[in-house]
Write a protein that binds this ligand. Sequence first.
Ligand code: UDP
Length: 191
Amino acid sequence: MRQQILGVAFDRLTLATAVERIEELVVCDRQAPALVITANPEMVMLARRDEEMARILAAGDLVTADGIGIVLAAKILGCPLPQRVTGIDLAQSLFDLGKYSFFFLGARPGVAEEAAARLQSIYPGLKIAGWHDGYFQDDEGVIAAINRVRPDILLIAMGMGRQEKWFWKNRHRLQVKVGIGVGGCFDVWAG
Ligand code: UDP
């Protein structure tokens, strides 16, 4: 069941249950890949003035509370959410499982590659099938690069809002199971 907070419907999830839901989304047969949105307070505010963002948030397959501000707002409104579930925690929990392949899309040239190299030394056996920076004009080339390797999970780090809009616009052409917007994660992992 979803919980409405400041106009956005959040899933009531712990990190562990969010990971379980993503595992279900990876295996289930669907027409288009699933979108996981980790929504922070800035995204909630953006959705109030940006109809496209509001529509994507309403249609997303999983919407988690990315930020203690959302968890506190939920508590004050009398409809508590179990915990904060950030993009970085979700991604790292999925890496821990060691089952899925990933494509990293986003950040400045070289950053996703550096992040992938560092993560592979932390998570031996982690399958990072490919990467591409987040500053491109040619959607077709990027979609082709992703579809060549057909990753289970596409991590998109192109900034809050931009990453969800790009995925949503192109989802019917992407041969992935799940897309997750992860904001600035690649910069963090690249160090
Ligand atoms: N980014 C990108 N393409 C863009 C704009 C931003 O790939 O057109 C990347 C940026 O390099 C950074 C990440 O998106 O790695 C998050 O950017 P920022 O911190 O500005 O976004 P926020 O998520 O805080 O809005």
